[in-house]
Design a protein around this ligand. Structure first.
Ligand code: TRP
Length: 337
């Protein structure tokens, strides 16, 4: 069920990627090196890109989505600044595509409650949820995510480990739908497992939109410098790359290496025993240098809100056309015409 980048390179036009980010906050350097860069790379190879902004999914663990329209616009800005080409990509929100949401109903009938309850990522989210009870959406959002993917017949989903159970659900639904209705409507989407190393946040935990430990893509040079200066390190003066024993220092070295295009070990040697302050100085320069063109592009894009909204409007229109066609096919084979 996994595809490699090498396979994609051989025949990029075979693939349609569907991926997305919950609109719960601004994207950060972890997203950039973890997924955004890869989307841009895939797009440049000639892979067709669909990006969902899953605004309904935000409701899994909170009562209301916080400023969903504004957050969607911010995500479009993050995407375009990172280099996603809106002429060729389809960027859309869940809530603007009724046919996608309607697919949820037949799809729900194809999975059992026991299966939904076994999903390890959902179990983990429930364990960490701020809510006092588990909503029906929390249990069923992986099915909704299958609708994201299958409504546009995405066949390649770039994912981190935590999303693999959801992709398995989508594959199961595609297979069972075809079996139950005796028609080859869906193909099972494949995972493109991220090779990107994980960046830690400034507190040493996983860099996260909601933990307040992230260096966001919208941060300017000064803010970035301040955040890096305040990042957790250790007291050993000699800088070394050892992700197991010295995760914070190693994550900073990795960040510098990603920006400079070098190796973290070499950067560590160059800094030698000049300590954390020298390391942070190096990282700050590397990040600010690397993101200079990004920030310039971002400032231009941010000044034209109408353009951002137009990109989303065009994406929503296209996603509707594609999802309408899929739903029509689904209803046809279900005998609902
Ligand atoms: N669950 C993903 C996240 O938390 C977002 C997402 C929604 C997604 N629908 C998707 C990812 C479909 C891949 C494919 O970030």
């Amino acid at each position: 069920m996994q595809t490699s980048t090498a396979q994609v390179q051989q025949d990029p036009s075979r693939y349609r990627v569907l991926t997305g980010d919950r609109p719960t906050g601004p994207l950060h350097l972890g997203h950039y090196f973890g997924t955004l860069q890869n989307r841009v790379r895939l797009q440049r190879l000639g892979v067709e890109l669909f990006v969902v902004i899953p605004d309904y999914q935000v409701l899994t663990d909170r009562d209301i989505a916080d400023r969903p329209a504004e957050r969607a616009e911010e995500l479009v800005l993050d995407y375009l600044a990172a280099g996603i080409d809106p002429e060729r990509a389809t960027i859309f929100t869940h809530s603007a595509v009724p046919a996608l949401n309607q697919l949820l109903l037949p799809f729900l009938s194809l999975v059992s409650v026991a299966e939904l309850q076994r999903n390890p990522t959902v179990k983990d989210e429930i364990a960490h949820s701020r809510q006092s009870s588990v909503s029906g959406l929390m249990l069923t959002y992986p099915v909704h995510q299958a609708a994201d993917i299958l409504s546009c017949k995405g066949n390649l989903v770039p994912v981190g480990q935590d999303q693999l159970p959801h992709l398995e659900t989508a594959r199961t639904i595609a297979r069972r739908f075809n079996d139950r209705y005796g028609a080859a409507v869906f193909t099972e989407p494949e995972a493109l497992l991220s090779e990107a190393p994980l960046l830690l946040g400034t507190d040493g935990g996983k860099m996260s939109k909601s933990r307040g430990n992230a260096i966001t893509l919208g941060a300017d040079e000064d803010r970035t410098a301040r955040l890096i200066r305040g990042a957790k390190t250790d007291t050993e003066r000699r800088i070394g790359y050892d992700p197991e024993q010295r995760p914070e220092v190693s994550s900073l070295l990795l960040l510098a290496a990603l920006c400079e295009g070098g190796e973290p070990q070499e950067i560590a040697e160059e800094i030698g025993d000049r300590g954390s302050a020298a390391l942070k100085q190096r990282v700050t320069e590397a990040v600010n240098e690397y993101f200079r063109p990004h920030r310039t592009r971002r400032a231009e894009l941010a000044a034209d809100r109408a353009h951002l909204r137009a990109v989303l409007r065009a994406g929503n229109e296209r996603a509707n056309a594609v999802a309408d066609a899929t739903l029509a096919e689904v209803r046809e084979v279900m005998g609902m015409r």
